[in-house]
Design a protein around this ligand. Sequence first.
Ligand SMILES: [Zn+2]
Length: 482
Amino acid sequence: MNKRIIFIGLAVVIALIGCKSNFKPKEAKYVFYFIGDGMGLAHVHLAENYLAEMSDGDYSQTRLNMFSMEHLGLSKTHCQNRLITGSAAAGTALSTGFKTSVNTIGMDETKSIPLNSIAKTIKSLGYKVGIMSTVSINHATPAVFYANVPSRKDYYDIGMQGLDVGYDFLGGGGFHYDKGKSNDKESLTMLAREKGVQVISKNDDFLKYSNKNEPVQFIHGRIDASANMPYDIDRNKDDLTLGQIVEKSIELLDNPKGFFMMVEGGKIDWASHSNDAATLVHDVLAFDDAIGVAIEFYKKHPENTLIVVCSDHETGGLGLGFADTKYQSNPSLLKNQRVSIDSLALVFNNYYKIKKDNALFNEVLDTLNHYLGFGKEALVLDKAEIEQIKQSFQNVFVNKKTKDPEFNSFEFASVAVTILNHKAGIGWTTTSHTSIVTGVFASGVNSELFAGFYDNIDVPRKIVKAMNIKHDFKIDSVNSRK
Ligand SMILES: [Zn+2]
């Protein structure tokens, strides 16, 4: 044999051996899974347009983190028994890779077969796992990552399963129905402490905390009666943002094996149920800032970080254009709204407590001017709008024709905010969810898997693939495809 051929042959063999020993499949070991609850593409785009108008007005140059990701996809959201899904069924699809029926948490549609959350597998493989949300931690979306219960309303059972699962970090909201619905059970927060979880509820304590060896639960310093964080628009200066919570949790979860964190922007959905555009925009921006924190981490660990941002469904049928304003739109008018509809209603509820039947329309209108910026420039109310507000004042404050047996001014505040939305060129079709496909945005290692058009059950399947780990998708429920 020719010497030259032998030489080339040897070189090829050596090269192949070398290749084989060095070959390591690309795999994600730091995984960020962001879920914007109720966040449709219009929600994201509205927030981006708002930001553009609030800065230099350049719609082309302004980019949210979400819209700057490396790969974009679209996901269908329908569940087993309805075209328009809910957070429990959609979350189950996003955490287990199976469709189920409305309101079911981590179980098949017969509510008898538990489905495996990928987070549990990831934890069992030695990765650290963190689950955080702006709403209570036993609410539907966080719940699907650790619990298997027939109904999303089984808050206490969900909470108990959250304690048993032993994840490394829970954060944001606290436990809704901490002592059960009848307030007669042992406090879930106390039980967490008994299990050795470091429960921290002071912002400063959390930011200073550095022990990475014990599981941590951070409960936001200003949660409401149902254990949810405030809307971002209602945030006080010293309240922690979702981004700050993500930043701190990265520090606590970081370890050589890797981590998985699910971060829910839960109140995007709630603002949309209320058709409250300004509040929605602030929560989308806060969510996007939290994604920015993950992107900073990715820049430091480009070889093995994966960021996936998706949504469980759209809420509100948000439309960026309104019949009366035709081709005019002005998202930046939303900046005039200082608080959420909920907080505005509280202001009026307190006013009513003092004034009772002596509430005055002019005083109420002054308050609206203060909180919504009515009366100036593009927000000068026309006759018909003032009449509409007057009518609602009459119904709510004088005739007390509200759905609530007790005085509640939510309806009144909502009428006023709707006028502001319309002036900004924003419309809503529903206070419920819609069936439109949602966006999936991904950056980092193997993020190309998330490009294209697919189903919500494919998202966790793609994550598992991107991590190059084995997860058992074998529990095939009656009707699941494939
Ligand atoms: Zn919802």
